[in-house]
Design a protein around this ligand. Structure first.
Ligand code: 13P
Length: 246
């Protein structure tokens, strides 16, 4: 299981320091990975705070070029140098607000892999697409167009846009349907290992239910990850779920 905290453009230096203090005596489980995605500017600071703890570090985005005239962008190689292991790509907020398209995301994924980062590619439909009955086809084409060629391992996050920050969620069958579709599409592309995370209104009170759904390999958490107690409660729900299946 993989429990990811996407802090988006939130938390200042003092808040991050206080957050990490709360994690100090927490017993992380080897089979459930926790990963934090702070904003770029705090990656180095966070890395210095979590040096000897069982938490991984990730970035919320990267550029597809190694270096060059890309004002305001970050190379995946720089992220790697600062201790990142994962990078979120194609979050719907990037797709909507910065016009990132499938082709751009695929190039970023290639470049992230070359730099030694694991991409977490986000897919998810709008409410209009869901209501028109086209969610399956839409996700299929996102997967088809975003997934890098010849990659062995990949993470995909299914984040229905209408569920992000709304408190509204797909039902268990809808989540299972999309997660198994994503895994089937990845198999067609000869990917060895694919992990599919669910994101959208994940909270302590629904985390156990979400993680009991087939083909859910973890969660990508926005709002609830800003509160360390909520984040840890979701983490504990993942550990409980693992104990149920094993
Ligand atoms: P919320 O958990 O706030 O709905 O956000 C989900 C998300 O966008 C994570 O990337």
């Amino acid at each position: 299981m993989f429990i990811a905290a996407n802090w988006k453009m939130n938390l200042n230096k003092k808040q991050i320091q206080e957050y990490i203090v709360h994690l100090e005596n927490f017993q992380f489980n080897d089979r459930v990975k926790a990963c934090i995605f702070p904003s770029f500017i705090f990656i180095d600071y966070l890395s210095s705070l979590i040096l000897d703890k069982s938490i991984s570090l990730g970035s919320q985005n990267c550029h597809f070029e190694t270096n060059g005239a890309f004002t305001g962008d970050i190379s995946p190689y720089s992220l790697k140098q600062y201790g990142c292991e994962y990078v979120i790509l194609g979050h719907s907020e990037r797709r909507e607000q910065y016009n990132e398209n499938n082709n751009f995301i695929k190039k970023c994924a290639h470049s992230a892999i070359d730099a030694g980062l694991m991409p977490i590619i986000c897919v998810g439909e709008s409410i209009e697409i869901r209501n028109s009955g086209n969610a399956i086809n839409f996700i299929k084409s996102q997967i088809d167009e975003c997934l890098p060629e010849n990659c062995k391992d990949i993470y995909i996050a299914y984040e229905p846009m209408w569920s992000i920050g709304t408190g509204i969620m797909p039902n268990n069958n809808e989540i299972e349907e999309i997660h198994s579709l994503i895994k089937n599409e990845a198999v067609k592309k000869n990917i060895d290992t694919i992990k599919v995370l669910y994101g959208g209104s994940v909270k302590p009170d629904n985390a156990e239910k979400i993680m009991s759904i087939d083909n859910v390999d973890g969660t990508l958490i926005g709002g609830a990850s800003l509160n360390v107690k909520d984040f840890l409660a979701i983490y504990v729900a993942a550990v409980k779920q693992l104990n149920v299946i094993s």
